[in-house]
Write a new protein. Sequence first.
Length: 164
Amino acid sequence: MSNGSPGPTPGFLVWRLANKWRVAVDRAVAPLGLTHAQYSVVASLHGMQRGGERPSQRRLADHTGLEALYVSKLARALESAGLIERTRDPRDPRAVQLALTEQGRAVTRQAITVVQELHQQLLEPLGGLDASRTRAFTDELRTLLDAPLGPSVPNDESTQETTP
């Protein structure tokens, strides 16, 4: 929180909401053997495959906003669990393509249903998934996510303001 503001900053509230939702999704998908991060990978992969794409790990990382190294780690764990298959891209031997297995598709469909029900519950204060307030909230989140980050500013004395 900021010294000059009467309440929590927007950044603090976004962080708290993200953590609250992450924990809720973790709990919801745990009976299916997934974590929230794994759910993000398989659900995104499911949508991309339905669109005719067989994405690389890098493409999936870009889509989810997760670090490529983390997606690689998650993909290996999901492969060990029999939910996805990792194969070399015939056009680029350095790249690894991902696809859901039959078991992965079944688990992912179940997980998507569970998470949609959870989102309905979490968004009930705004009127639910299909409410105009939820659509406006989603639009605002997209605006913030689409805004490019500027270069980071070093945290030294020359860049800090002093108060009289």
